[in-house]
Write a protein that binds this ligand. Structure first.
Ligand code: HEC
Length: 126
């Protein structure tokens, strides 16, 4: 268990390092923003549900967000910002890559993330 979390920490460090090395942008929400799941829900429905499912249970195009893989300790809020801005190479599943999602601001991603976290907590994923 300890070994696993060390490996994950190392992986996270490497990923953050390589993101910077590749000049990827890590968008930051506005200072003082209060992420609000009620604002996040309709944004999720518009921009994310087509792949991640209206109920967050996934679809034939993308994985469920109500999954241990996406609990906060595995995928931080920064991972959400990165995935939306830069896309994400397929590495956990076989759905293919996630492309960057255009037209969603960092503040909106913070609201979406708050919504996902709320639903995860309800599903016992924390
Ligand atoms: C066109 C389909 C599609 C859309 C739209 C989409 N995603 Fe994804 N997303 C994927 C797929 C496929 C993966 C899994 C990649 C893999 O195999 O790990 C993924 C993975 C992720 C991950 C995990 C990234 C990582 O670091 O492993 C996050 C976070 C995420 N999506 C958030 C979002 C959010 C938030 C939105 C809406 C703003 C969104 N996605 C819209 C297809 C999509």
């Amino acid at each position: 268990m300890i070994k696993t979390s060390r490996a994950l920490l190392l992986l996270a460090t490497l990923l953050a390092g390589s993101a910077m090395a590749q000049g990827m942008q890590v968008p930051k929400p506005s200072a003082g923003l209060m992420p609000n799941p009620n604002i996040g829900k309709p944004l999720f429905d518009t921009h994310c549900a087509s792949c991640h499912g209206a109920d967050l249970e996934g679809s034939d195009k993308g994985p469920p967000m109500l999954h241990k893989v996406y609990q906060p300790s595995h995928h931080s809020d920064m991972a959400f910002q990165m995935a939306v801005k830069n896309g994400s190479r397929a590495h956990h599943w076989n759905f293919g890559d996630m492309k960057p999602v255009e037209g969603v601001t960092a503040d909106e991603v913070a609201h979406i993330t708050a919504y996902v976290r709320m639903q995860q907590r309800k599903a016992g994923i924390r």
